[in-house]
Design a protein around this ligand. Sequence first.
Ligand SMILES: C=C(O[C@@H]1C=C(C(=O)O)C=C[C@H]1O)C(=O)O
Length: 274
Amino acid sequence: MARIGMVNYINVAPIYEIWKERSFPTHWQVIEEQPSRLNVLLAEEGIDMGFVSSYAYAARPERYQILADLSISATGPVGSVFLFSELPPESLDGQRVLLTRQSDTSIRLVKIILEEFYRVRPRYTVGDAYNEQTKEGAANAVLAIGDDALRLNAEQRYPVQLDLGEIWFKTTGLPFVFSVCAVREAFLADQAEEARQVRQALVDCRQQGALRMAEICDRVARRIPMDCETCSRYLMGIEHDLTPIKIQALERFFQYLIDRGEAPAGALPLKIFR
Ligand SMILES: C=C(O[C@@H]1C=C(C(=O)O)C=C[C@H]1O)C(=O)O
């Protein structure tokens, strides 16, 4: 039995649309959920491996390993992780910023960006990013990820839209790794071969997906909804590898987390499973 977590956004479509066409052992079970839920499932042993927030690994490094050559990442603008704001970021000191409850990585990244890069200290609340504006006393800025962020971006509800992948890249010169594919150490202890096979299957699907991008966009764009061309531009910007520069990028992010007291020192060095 291998229970595999899959993010329920279109950002994994280049892998998952191919996966769904193939036949795999019946004891491989995929669980589709939003990232913060997958993080809880991995921690509570409800899944064995899968895409989780990169923060989830940093928070419990003794319990997981990172599957080699897989991620959800971007080198520059990511297109689906935005701080949507009424005000420029420099003016957010003391203002209310709402953080989506679907994320564990981007909610930490936005704090690094606002507090360390822009030197402002907003007041944070947690909630539903997509429905925030309809509420009374709405926040001045909203962090959204995934399909919600794609929808808010298309609707142009906010005058300022900060792409967190872009700001991170401009400041550090590095890609950003939003999600890693993690596996529980306890699962590896007796089913390492199974984990190896799942990893290889995911990598194979990714390679196939890259060749069939137009068709994949055609299938998933309506879920947002967005037009095929915009979808294609978006999915071409989402990367699913974990090259040495991405490892370096993860290390930089984790060092920020450690320095800010948001992750244990044991988050580094990274443990990569091949
Ligand atoms: C690029 C994205 O990366 C995501 C962001 C995550 C997070 O902030 O915790 C987790 C998984 C990814 O789906 C996105 O959702 O748009």
